[in-house]
Write a protein that binds this ligand. Structure first.
Ligand code: NAD
Length: 247
C-alpha cells in the first residue's frame, strides 16, 4: 500500500539552509525530521514552524559523524514514521586555514562531519529505501568542492568527496529505484558565511553574475524539486545554485 504522507530527514535542519529546506518540505506536505547535534533550541523552533503546515515534525539529536548514533537515529525514525522517503544531507562545518596552519584535528573534524557524516546517514537510510525500491537522496555539496578555494582544503576535499559519493551511489542505487543528486550552493547568507570579512564578502559578490548573495530559500526550492516526482529522471547530477558563480 502506498503511504500518502511522505517522511523527510534533514540533517542540521535547525538553522540556515537546513531550516529553509525543512520548512519547504513541510510546506510541500512531508512529515519532517529535523536533526541537530548540539543545541535543541533552533531545532525545536523549526519543528514548531513546520507543524504550522499541518504535518508531523520532530527534532532528533545526533552527531552525524558518529556511526552508532546515526544508526540509532534512523531506527528511531523508522519506529516513529514507518519509513524515510527523502533524505537531505545538509549538516556541515568549516574549519578554514592555510595548509601550513591547518591542524590534524581541523582536517579530521571537517572530513568526519561533512563526508563521513553523509556516508553514515546514507548507509542506514538506504537499507530501507532499497527494501521499498524507492527514495530520494539529496546531498548538499558546495561550489568549493567543484572549483576549490584557497584556505579551505579540508572543506573542499569533503565537498568534492560528496560529489564522488553522489555519482557512485547514483550508479549503484539506480536499479533499486533510488535517485542520488547533489546541490552545490555558491555564496548563501547564513551563519556559516556571516563570519567572513567584509573584504571576502565583497569579492564573492563581485564574482556572482546575478550580483546578489543567495538565500537559504534558493537552495530549498531546488531540494523541493529534487525530492518531488518531477525529478524522477534525474540522478547522479550536481546542480550549482550559485547565481552563475561557476559555469
Ligand atoms: P550553518 O552553520 O548555518 O548550519 C549548519 C548546520 O549543520 C547546523 O544546524 C549545525 O548544527 C549542523 N551540524 C554541524 N555539525 C553537525 C553534526 N556533527 N551533526 C549534526 N548536525 C551538525 O550552515 P549553512 O550555511 O546553513 O550550511 C548548510 C550546508 O550548506 C552545509 O553543508 C554547508 O557546507 C553547505 N554550504 C553552505 C554555503 C553557504 O554559503 N552558506 C555554501 C555552500 C555549501
Amino acid at each position: 500500500m502506498d503511504r500518502e504522507i511522505k517522511t523527510a530527514l534533514v540533517t542540521g535542519g535547525g538553522k540556515g539552509i537546513g531550516k529553509a529546506i525543512a520548512l519547504k518540505l513541510a510546506e510541500d506536505g512531508y512529515n519532517v525530521v529535523i536533526n541537530y547535534s548540539k543545541s535543541s533550541k533552533d531545532a525545536i523552533e523549526t519543528v514548531e514552524e513546520a507543524k504550522k503546515f499541518g504535518v508531523e515534525a520532530c527534532a532528533l539529536k545526533c552527531d552525524i559523524s558518529n556511526y552508532n548514533e546515526v544508526e540509532k537515529m534512523v531506527n528511531d525514525i523508522i519506529d516513529m514514521f514507518g519509513d524515510i522517503d527523502v533524505v537531505v544531507n545538509n549538516a556541515g562545518i568549516t574549519k578554514d586555514n592555510l595548509i601550513l596552519r591547518m591542524s590534524e584535528d581541523d582536517w579530521d573534524n571537517v572530513i568526519d562531519v561533512n563526508l563521513k557524516g553523509t556516508f553514515n546517514v546514507i548507509k542506514f537510510v538506504s537499507k530501507y529505501m532499497i527494501k521499498r525500491r524507492k527514495g530520494k537522496i539529496i546531498n548538499i555539496s558546495s561550489v568549493v568542492g567543484v572549483i576549490g578555494n584557497a584556505g579551505q582544503s579540508n572543506y573542499a576535499a569533503s565537498k568534492a568527496g560528496i560529489i564522488g559519493l553522489t555519482k557512485s551511489l547514483a550508479k549503484e542505487l539506480a536499479s533499486r529505484g533510488i535517485t542520488v543528486n547533489a546541490i552545490a550552493p555558491g555564496f548563501i547568507e547564513t551563519d556559516m558565511t556571516d563570519v567572513l570579512s567584509e573584504t571576502v564578502k565583497l569579492s564573492m559578490l563581485n564574482s556572482i553574475p546575478l550580483k546578489r548573495a543567495g538565500k537559504p530559500q534558493d537552495i530549498a526550492n531546488v531540494v523541493s524539486f529534487l525530492a518531488s516526482n518531477a525529478s524522477d529522471y534525474i540522478t547522479g547530477q550536481v546542480i550549482n545554485v550559485d547565481g552563475g558563480m561557476v559555469m
